[in-house]
Design a protein around this ligand. Structure first.
Ligand SMILES: O=P(O)(O)OC[C@H]1O[C@H](O)[C@H](O)[C@@H](O)[C@@H]1O
Length: 558
């Protein structure tokens, strides 16, 4: 079964009610002053995450209307359809089962007669066995030396998730193995990432769901040449019994749903780890796409990441709407985007280790919900897909927070922080992490409650400067805290945002699991390649601007 027709959210009674409520002026100062239970009532736990929604621009009435909107647009029914393996990815006619990747071994899920749980755990077992061999040094390169560097070659979902999680879990890395990541087709990426590496101790993981992505296959070929040239000039290629083939077999593994193409590339199918078309690229960190991460942190820790994700899946499935955190966060995003005019959403981790988390979320949220048609092909009826962006605190404070505090645009922000630092350091007798957290608490407070003109005057400020120093407040934030950034907590955060994204998509009637919008550029790049290379006819077929740009390139290249 595919999905029911999307409901037009703007025709629901809840939408009408929300439109009315959007006309009321927000008043976080007043709401907190009059309602001592507000912080408590708007704070929920999901797994190890404490999520405080109370500094959002919502009243009980708004929240109730948002929950009605979810009901009237069928969020729960579609969630259940997704979890059961129905083909909710309508435009690609596929099931959407990233949640199956973290089901425990004894769970039950049969889709189209296929035992999905058994399939998932079979591949997981192979990935774990491979990772253990690399970690223990049993897996060697052609010269018999252990692997010291793992280079993941992938892009989009085959890069952003693994990089983000590798960076986030630095304290859990194997001490003798470093992972690096090549994604961009800019040759600088391969050149700088490979610089200083020893081919004899380097292992490549070519990660591509389709195994047809130009960037990844080009980079994989560059790396293969680098490997073979390096081994040859070190006189090491002769050590490989099978010559080049054996070297590639010892130094290249692949992750893909297209195992036939992996074999065509020359990678031994025994060294390939599969996954399934029901895993979207941006939802694939917890599939074999995470192999580099498994090598880095080990199977046990990766298992904790999966368990953390599963805990949030269970919450999303079972928690009642009044306590369902991903559901409420998704609805809040709809509230800000469609009723209060927000076009962007900041994600501000107060954890340096999460420095790639906003970039990861950009693909998850924007490739999922940046759509103008609904899953039945009709145009969307409301604004969709806000721009996600962010940087770790406190760096952002000294850069763009000015605009969040005093600018004319509403920017809802998620603040993420941990009670325990990854690296506790003291400056004299000051705990630096405490200083860091004080900034997190201060920012969310300043944004919510601002500073009135009278408060500014009371500090003795000259009248002419008072307006510039006033903070309006009523700038919404969600605070997410956890005891520490463990693999489980990272998994919880990822699953949380996956379900936030899903919720928004359903309200808008969007297929959050296709990405047709990336295709045109890819197609035109292929068409343009001959023109860039000097083919006059191909150049002639271009528009005037593109012709001139290509001509500029050809005139100026060295
Ligand atoms: O994993 P691959 O098949 O190589 O795809 C890599 C990426 O490129 C595509 O164009 C999509 O936009 C992404 O969703 C995908 O993650």
């Amino acid at each position: 079964m595919t999905a029911a027709q999307p409901v037009d959210p703007t025709t629901t009674a809840a939408w009408a009610r929300l439109t009315e409520l959007a006309g009321l002026a927000p008043d976080l100062r007043g709401w907190f002053a009059q309602d001592p239970g507000r912080a408590d009532r708007f704070t929920h736990d999901v797994g190890d995450l404490r999520v405080d929604l109370s500094k959002n621009l919502v009243t009980d009435d708004v929240l109730a209307a948002l929950l009605e909107l979810a009901e009237q647009t069928g969020v729960a029914a579609r969630r259940d359809a997704m979890l059961a393996g129905e083909r909710v990815n309508v435009t690609e006619d596929r099931a959407v089962l990233h949640t199956a990747l973290r089901l425990p071994r004894d769970a039950d899920l049969v889709v189209d007669g296929q035992d999905v749980v058994a399939d998932v755990h079979e591949v997981l077992g192979r990935v774990y066995a491979f990772a253990e061999k690399v970690r223990s040094g049993e897996w060697t390169g052609v010269t018999g030396e252990r692997i010291r560097t793992v280079v993941n070659i992938g892009i989009g979902g085959s890069d952003l998730g693994p990089v983000m999680a590798y960076e986030a879990l630095a304290p859990y890395h194997h001490p003798e193995i470093e992972c690096r990541f090549i994604s961009n087709i800019d040759p600088t990426d391969a050149a700088t990432t490979l610089a200083g590496l020893d081919p004899a101790t380097t292992l490549f993981i070519v990660a591509s769901k389709t195994f047809g992505t130009l960037e990844t296959l080009t980079n994989a070929r560059l790396c293969r040449s680098w490997l073979l040239d390096g081994l040859r000039s070190a006189g090491a290629l002769g050590a490989a019994a099978g010559g080049e083939g054996d070297a590639v077999a010892r130094h290249f593994v692949a992750v893909s749903t297209a195992l036939d193409k992996v074999a065509d590339f020359g990678i031994d199918p025994d060294n390939a780890f599969g996954f399934w078309d029901w895993v979207g690229g941006r939802y694939s960190l917890d599939s074999a796409i995470g192999t580099s991460l498994v090598v880095a942190i080990g199977p046990e820790r990766f298992g904790e990441l999966l368990a953390g994700m599963h805990a949030v899946d269970v919450h999303f499935r079972d928690a009642p709407p009044e306590r369902n955190v991903p559901l409420q966060l998704g609805l809040l995003n709809v509230w800000y985007g469609d009723f209060l005019g927000a076009a962007t959403h900041a994600v501000l981790p107060y954890a340096q280790l999460l420095h790639r988390f906003p970039a990861y979320l950009q693909q998850l949220t924007m490739e999922s919900n940046g759509k103008g048609v609904r899953w039945d092909g009709s145009p969307v009826t409301a604004g969709t897909g806000e721009v996600f962006w962010g940087e770790p605190g406190t760096n952002g404070q000294h850069a763009f927070y000015q605009l969040i505090h005093q600018g004319t645009r509403l920017i809802p922000a998620d603040f993420i922080a941990f009670a325990n630092p990854a690296y506790p350091l003291v400056d004299g007798d000051v705990d630096v992490h405490e200083m860091f957290l004080a900034n997190f608490f201060a920012q969310t407070r300043a944004l919510a409650f601002g500073k009135t003109a009278d408060e500014v005057r009371a500090e003795g400020t000259a009248e002419a400067v008072v307006p510039a120093r006033v903070f309006s407040g009523n700038r919404p934030t969600t605070s997410i805290m956890a005891p520490a950034l463990t693999p489980s907590v990272l998994g919880q955060l990822v699953a949380l945002y996956e379900h936030v994204t899903f919720t928004q998509g359903v309200v808008w009637g969007i297929d959050s699991f296709d990405q047709w919008g990336v295709e045109l550029g890819k197609q035109l790049a292929q068409e343009l390649t001959p023109a860039v290379g000097g083919d006059a006819d191909a150049l002639e077929a271009q528009d005037a601007s593109t012709r001139a740009l290509v001509a500029y390139y050809r005139e100026h290249r060295a």
